[in-house]
Design a protein around this ligand. Structure first.
Ligand code: KG4
Ligand code: ZN
Length: 338
C-alpha cells in the first residue's frame, strides 16, 4: 500500500489549524489561537473570520514544514465543512479548494463533530483505540453530545444539550466569578484546591439522555449575588471551594447521563473528546469509573481533543481509503448532522 499524505485544515470557530498525516499517524499539528476574543468574553464571528484569513497561509506553511513534506507530495486535502461559524468555515474551505485545484489532488469534506469522535483513531504511542461499538461523549464550548458509534461513519446522537454546551457552563460560571474567558481551564485549576462539597447546586431534571446547563448558570448567578450582599469578598475568599463545587456539579450531570446511556445501550466503552475533556476532574472521575462500573474509557492526547486539524486529517484518511471525494462545488454548512 502506498503512503497517503493528507493536509488537513480546520477553521470552524476561533482556532486556525493545519496538520499533515501520513496514513493514520500525525506528522505535524499546528494551531494558531485567536487571542483577540479574550477581551470580548466570547468569540466574535467577524473578528474570527478576519483572523483566519491572516493565519491560514502561515499555519499551513508551518504544518508542511514541521512535517518535512512538500505540497507536491500531498495525496489529498481535507477541510472542515461544518458545523461552525460560516465566515470562519469559508476561509478554510476556500483555501482548501484552491490548493487542491492547484495541485490537482482530491478534496475531502469533514464533519467537525465526527472528527472529534474519530480523533481516537489517530495512531499514537501509549494510546489505545476503542473498538466498535462505543459511546462517545463530546464536550466542548459548542457541543455536548452522547453519540453511539457503530462504525467510522455510522454514528447516532442519543443525547445532547437542550441549551448551553458544557464548555459554556464552565465559561459562563467563570464569568460570573469574574474570571477571564475562556474560564473553563481556570475553574479546573482552582477546583483542584477546593472542596467539591462546600456548596450545593441543584442538578437540572432533564428526561432521558439530554442535558441542560442554563439553569445551573442561573443558580450560580443568584447564589453569588446573594452571598456577595452578605460579604462582598465572598468570591475572593472562597474561590477554590466555589470552583470545586461548580465543577463537581457539572461532572455529576455528565456522569448521571453516561451511566444511563451505558444502561440503555449495554455499551461500556466510553471515548471522550472536545476541549472540556481536558478537565482534570472529568478525567479522574472517568478513571475511577473504570474500576467502579467496569467501563473502559478512552481519552485522546490533549492536542487532539481541543479543536485541531489532526482530527480532520484522520477522517480525511478514512475517506481517502473509500475515495469519498468532493468537487469545488461542495458548500460549507453552519449546521450539519452527524
Ligand atoms: O473543543 P474546544 O477547544 O472548542 C470548541 O468549543 O469546539 O473547547 C473549548 C472549551 C471552552 O469552553 C473551554 O473553557 C473548555 O473547552 N475547556 C475546559 C478545560 N479546558 C478547556 N473546561 C473545563 N476544564 C478544562 N480544563
Ligand atoms: Zn470542536
Amino acid at each position: 500500500n502506498p503512503e497517503v499524505f493528507i493536509l488537513a485544515i480546520e477553521s470552524s470557530c476561533d482556532d486556525t489549524a493545519a496538520a499533515v498525516l501520513q496514513n493514520d499517524k500525525v506528522l505535524s499539528n499546528v494551531v494558531a489561537n485567536q487571542l483577540i476574543h479574550t477581551q470580548y468574553g466570547g468569540v466574535v464571528p467577524e473578528l474570527a473570520s478576519r483572523a483566519h484569513q491572516q493565519n491560514i497561509v502561515p499555519v499551513v506553511a508551518a504544518a508542511l514544514k514541521n512535517a518535512n513534506i512538500k505540497k507536491q507530495q500531498l495525496s489529498a486535502i481535507a477541510f472542515t465543512q461544518g458545523p461552525g461559524l460560516m465566515g470562519s468555515l469559508l476561509v478554510g474551505s476556500s483555501f482548501a479548494k484552491s490548493l487542491a485545484l492547484a495541485l490537482g489532488i482530491p478534496l475531502i469534506a469533514v464533519n467537525h463533530m465526527q472528527a472529534h469522535v474519530l480523533a481516537h483513531f489517530i495512531t499514537e504511542d501509549g494510546y489505545e483505540k476503542p473498538t466498535f461499538p462505543f459511546l462517545a461523549l463530546t464536550i466542548s464550548g459548542g457541543h455536548t453530545q452522547i453519540i453511539k458509534v457503530t462504525d467510522f461513519f455510522d454514528m447516532t446522537v442519543i443525547g445532547e444539550t437542550t441549551d448551553d454546551a458544557v464548555g459554556e457552563a464552565f465559561d459562563k460560571s467563570a464569568k460570573i466569578l469574574g474570571l477571564p474567558y475562556p474560564g473553563g481551564p481556570l475553574i479546573d485549576k482552582y477546583a483542584q484546591l477546593g472542596n467539591p462539597k462546600a456548596f450545593t447546586f441543584t442538578k437540572p431534571k432533564v428526561p432521558g439522555l439530554n442535558f441542560s446547563f442554563s439553569g445551573l448558570k442561573t443558580a450560580i448567578l443568584y447564589f453569588i449575588q446573594k452571598k456577595k450582599l452578605e460579604n462582598p469578598a465572598f468570591v475572593d475568599e472562597n474561590l477554590n471551594d466555589i470552583c470545586a463545587s461548580i465543577q463537581y456539579t457539572i461532572i455529576e450531570i455528565l456522569m448521571d447521563k453516561l451511566k444511563l446511556a451505558v444502561k440503555e445501550t449495554g455499551i461500556t466503552q466510553i471515548a471522550i473528546g472536545g476541549g472540556v475533556s481536558a478537565n482534570s476532574g472529568i478525567r479522574n472521575t472517568l478513571k475511577t469509573a473504570e474500576n467502579r462500573y467496569g467501563w473502559k474509557t478512552f481519552i485522546p492526547k490533549f492536542e487532539y481533543t481541543t479543536d485541531n486539524a489532526a482530527m480532520i486529517g484522520i477522517v480525511g484518511y478514512q475517506k481517502f481509503l473509500t475515495r469519498t471525494f468532493e468537487t469545488s462545488a461542495v458548500v460549507s454548512r453552519a449546521r450539519i448532522q452527524l
